[in-house]
Write a protein that binds this ligand. Sequence first.
Ligand code: MN
Length: 233
Amino acid sequence: MASEFVFAPPATVSVPVAGHAARFPVHRIYCVGRNYEDHAKEMGFTGREPPFFFMKPTDALVVVDEGQTGTMAYPSLTKNLHHEIELVVAIGTGGKNILAADAHKHIYGYAVGLDMTRRDLQGEMKKQGRPWDIGKGFEQSAPIGPIVPVAQAGDAENAEISLQVNGTDRQRSTVSKLIWNVAETIEHLSAAWELQPGDLIYSGTPEGVAAVVSGDTLVGAVAGLPTLTVKIA
Ligand code: MN
C-alpha cells in the first residue's frame, strides 16, 4: 500500500529549462557571500577571503518564465529590502570534493537570479554574530529565470551582468570579476557539502546593491541568458 501523509506534501519545486518541456527539479539553494571585490568593499570588507556560503529554502524561489514579469511581495519586518543580481549555476551531476578542473562536468546550465536581502535584519544579525537566515532565507527571496543548458548558454561566466530598477542602472559588471570563479566555488562548496543534481548556486553579486520599494520593477540580465523581470508588490 502506498505511503500516506498526514497532510498533502508540498509540490516539487522546479525551474523551467529554456527550449525543453521538462523542468529542472530543485534540491538545495546555495549562495556565495561577498564574491565581487567592489561589492565586498561596499559592505565594509577588503581583500580576498575564503569563500563562504549560506542557503535559502527551495520555496524561496519566485520562478519567472521567459518574457513574463514575476511578482515578489514586499517582505515583513524590513525597511531596507536590497537587490543582488547574480549568475545562478544549476548542478546536473552531484559529487563531493570536486576539483575546480573537473567542476564544469557537473554544471547543467545557468540562469539569472536575484538574492533579495532584508539588509537591516542581516546587518543586525551580523552585529550580534547570529545566523543570517532572517535576512536572506525568507519567502520569495530568490527570484529566478529559466535555466539555459550549458551548450546554449554562451560564455555565461564571462558575460556582462546588470540590474536596472525602473529603467535606471543600479548594478553593472562582468561575471569574470568574481573573486572565486564558478569552478573554484564548486570546489570549495563540494568540500563542505555533497552536491546533488538539482542544486542551485547563487554565485554572488557585484557592487551597486541598494533598496527597492513596493511598485519598483527590477530587470536583471546576464548576457546570453533570458532576462529576469520582477515587480515588487
Ligand atoms: Mn548574494
